[in-house]
Write a protein that binds this ligand. Structure first.
Ligand code: ZN
Length: 305
C-alpha cells in the first residue's frame, strides 16, 4: 500500500515542528562540579545531568576534580562561562585560583545550586560557607555560625554551642512550605511527602537565608533533632542567585536511588535550577507532583507525560 499524502506530510512536518520548539529556547548552560564526595558522586552527578537535560531546559557539562589527595592545581573550571553551577562536591580544597573564580562568579550574579552533601564541604572556606548559608560536619561548631530552625512561625537563629550537622535514619517525611510566593515553589502544594531520604538537622552557618522554601520536622523517634529543620532555601550573597537543597541522598545505583527518583526532589531541583540561572521559573506545575498523602516517583528521571 502506498503511503497517503497525509502520512507523508506528517513524516516531514513533525520532526520540523519538534525541531522548531527545541530551537525556541536555548538550553541553560550548566556546569556540574563533582569528583570527590563521601557520597556516590559517580551516580549522583549523572542523575542530576539527566534530570536537568531531560527537562529540555538545560545542557550540562561536568567538571570532575582529581581524586582525593591528588594534585589539584590544574583543577580550574571556568565558572564564568555558565549560567548555572551545580555543586555536587565534598572533598579536598580547591586551588586558590578556583576559589577566587567561584567567589567572583557568585558576587557578579552567577546562578548556584548547592546539592545535599555539598554543604558538608570546605568547613574552613569562609565565603563558601556564606554561599551555602548552612553547613554541617567537618568539625563545624558555634564558630561556623548559628543553628537555624523554624519555631513559632519564624526562622530562629540559635547561637548555642555544639557541633553542626547530623541526621537520623532515612525515612519518608513531609515538606512544609514557609512561603508561597517565591517562583521556585509558587503553585506547588504547601505540604508533600518526600521519598525515604536523610533529613539533615542541626546545620549551622552564616545563615543569610533569603527565602525559606520548605522545612521538615526532624523527629527524635527517627534519631533527629526534635526541630523543624530548613531543608530548601535561597541564600543572600552579592548578586548571586543561590538555591540550596539538602534533599537527595544518592542511593547505591542509578536505578536504586529513591531520594533522587522522588518526583518532589526532581521538580524542586529543576525549578530551583531555573530560578538560580534566570531569576524566573517558566515550568508548569506537573500532574505527577506528590501530595500530602502520596509519594510519586520518576524512576527514569523524566516527566511521565
Ligand atoms: Zn547523604
Amino acid at each position: 500500500m502506498r503511503p497517503s499524502i497525509l502520512t507523508l506530510l506528517s513524516i516531514l512536518l513533525i520532526p520540523a515542528l519538534a525541531c522548531n520548539t527545541a530551537l525556541a529556547r536555548k538550553p541553560i548552560r550548566t556546569l556540574i562540579v563533582t569528583g570527590q564526595n563521601n557520597h556516590n558522586w559517580k551516580v549522583s552527578h549523572l542523575v542530576i545531568k539527566d534530570i536537568l537535560e531531560n527537562s529540555g531546559l538545560f545542557s550540562a557539562d561536568i567538571a570532575v576534580s582529581p581524586a582525593e589527595g591528588e594534585e589539584m592545581s590544574d583543577f580550574t573550571p571556568d565558572f564564568a562561562s555558565y549560567r548555572l553551577v551545580v555543586v555536587d562536591y565534598n572533598g579536598d580544597s580547591w586551588p586558590q585560583e578556583t576559589m577566587t573564580r567561584f567567589e567572583q562568579y557568585a558576587r557578579a550574579g552567577g546562578g548556584i545550586l548547592i546539592y545535599h552533601a555539598a554543604d558538608n564541604s570546605f568547613p574552613d572556606w569562609t565565603e563558601y560557607n556564606k554561599i551555602c548559608g548552612l553547613g554541617g560536619w567537618g568539625g563545624r561548631n558555634e564558630a561556623a555560625g548559628p543553628y537555624a530552625y523554624w519555631h513559632n512561625g519564624e526562622l530562629i537563629r540559635d547561637f548555642s554551642p555544639g557541633s553542626g550537622g547530623s541526621h537520623g535514619r532515612r525515612h519518608e517525611y513531609m515538606l512544609t512550605a514557609r512561603t508561597s510566593d517565591h517562583p521556585v515553589i509558587k503553585g506547588l502544594p504547601n505540604r508533600w511527602v518526600h521519598a525515604p531520604d536523610e533529613l539533615y538537622d542541626r546545620m549551622r552557618g552564616p545563615a543569610q537565608i533569603n527565602a525559606l522554601l520548605y522545612t521538615a520536622w526532624s523527629d527524635t523517634i527517627t534519631g533527629g533533632s526534635g526541630r523543624e529543620e530548613p531543608l530548601m532555601f535561597t541564600v543572600e550573597y552579592g548578586k548571586a542567585r543561590i538555591f540550596h537543597t539538602m534533599l537527595g541522598h544518592c542511593g547505591p545505583a542509578y536505578d536504586d536511588n529513591p531520594a533522587m527518583q522522588c518526583t518532589g526532589f526532581q521538580v524542586t531541583l529543576l525549578r530551583g535550577a531555573e530560578w538560580a540561572a534566570t531569576g524566573k521559573v517558566t515550568q508548569q506545575i506537573p500532574k505527577d507532583f506528590p501530595t500530602s498523602t502520596h509519594i510519586t516517583y520518576r524512576y527514569d528521571y523524566k516527566e511521565n507525560k
